[in-house]
Design a protein around this ligand. Sequence first.
Ligand code: GLN
Length: 199
Amino acid sequence: MRIGILAYQGSFEEHAHHLRKALSTSGLEGEVIPVKKRMDLTSVEGIVLPGGESTTLGVVAERMGILEDLRTAIHDGLPVLGTCAGAIMLAKETSDSKVKIKQPTLGVMDFAVVRNYYGRQRESFQETLDMSRIGAEKVLVPFIRAPAIVKVWGNTEILAELEGRPVMVQEGPTLATTFHPELSSSYAVHQYFLKIVKR
Ligand code: GLN
């Protein structure tokens, strides 16, 4: 299987490492490729949208002409894992300090986010999350200038929570986390994503 990572910005290397580990520990053959151009998208069976800055990700993806292709591919069932800024890209509603904002996003999942909900870089933190809903052990994960999921509706399911707020959600083959699983010592989220891709 071939998994792409949108590679304009952010934690590409860490996601690639976690995906390779998840492939080998799941007994799967596969490769991980960077996605930058529209052509790159045509050969992948799943894609990761990494953390970074969602405004930059959205603007560059739009300029490269990939945003629309990606939206169509997701509507056609391409599995996606969006982490932090990647999760913001997936949400149908985005706001910044409670004000609705316009920034280019994919807007494909039934949930609303507030960007930078927990404050600035120095307010970043780590938390141990209960991952039993994806059949995994508890994991310690970082939240870095993280968004909060403030509303979930329709077909979006909550897979993990922190203090009563969803931090990992799924709608069909599309997964979003407000934390950074690629910066943790666990491969559980990536393994779970590969299971979805394999289906
Ligand atoms: N604060 C960033 C944004 O709003 C997300 C931060 C991250 O991806 N670690 O896009």
